[in-house]
Design a protein around this ligand. Structure first.
Ligand code: ADP
Length: 204
């Protein structure tokens, strides 16, 4: 009898969706199911800001404006994070890559290790619903980048810069479009079903 190979439950995933699509919440659930870490660039930046690190000081104004942190810097941070032991057998990226330059950086990094993304989950939510969810979150969580101006600006950047990365991944045939409206559990089930249909097995 051979022991199960570590790569049996490997999944290299990306979750994409407009701000307020619930990708953070769903990302955590999917990563738990697969036993892989979530790598969220937004969380990494916010943690650094909170701790007052040099990186935090460098990016705080950028985040407050709703602008993107420079690609080189962001890609270097992700590269470091994905090189840690817990991410060797899989990960779920949330918030990165966010434009086609970052896609190229990620491709190069994964190719060095003989890897590639297995699936891109695209969470579909209408713009009006995103805005109302984000406005609610602003009052609940007090995120300083959840002002109406910053929200509208981030949604514009999403439509201009992030939506085009879907075309790139579509050409590779790895995009799963999932309806992001409805009950949380229902949405999780839809995502897990799409990944299972790709043959991505859950952790034992
Ligand atoms: P949201 O999805 O609500 O915008 P995130 O947590 O994904 O929240 O990101 C918050 C902010 O962090 C972004 O507005 C941006 O300033 C910065 N950020 C996150 N990911 C990236 C990235 N891949 N490239 C550049 N900046 C990023």
């Amino acid at each position: 009898m051979t022991a199960p190979q570590a790569h049996d439950s490997t999944a290299r995933l990306l979750i994409v969706g407009p701000q307020g699509s619930g990708k953070g919440t769903q990302g955590v659930r999917i990563a738990e199911s697969y036993g892989i870490p979530v790598v969220s660039t937004g969380d990494i930046f916010r943690a650094n800001i909170k701790q007052g690190t040099p990186l935090g000081q460098q990016v705080t104004e950028i985040l407050d404006r709703g602008d993107l942190v420079p690609d080189e810097l962001t890609s270097e941070i992700v590269r470091d994070r994905l090189s840690q032991d817990d991410a060797v057998n899989g990960f779920l990226l949330d918030g990165y890559p966010r434009n086609t330059t970052q896609v190229a950086h990620l491709d190069a990094f994964l190719a060095e290790q003989g890897h590639a993304l297995d699936a891109v989950i695209l969470l579909d939510v209408p713009r009006e619903e995103s805005i109302s969810r984000l406005t609610l979150r602003a009052t609940e969580q007090g995120r300083t980048d959840d002002t109406p101006e910053a929200i509208a600006h981030r949604l514009d950047i999403y439509e201009q810069e992030t939506a085009p990365i879907i075309d790139v991944y579509d050409e590779r045939g790895i995009v799963d479009r999932v309806d992001g409206t409805g009950e949380l559990d229902e949405i999780t089930d839809r995502i897990l079903a799409a990944l299972a249909a790709r043959g991505l097995r859950l952790a034992a």
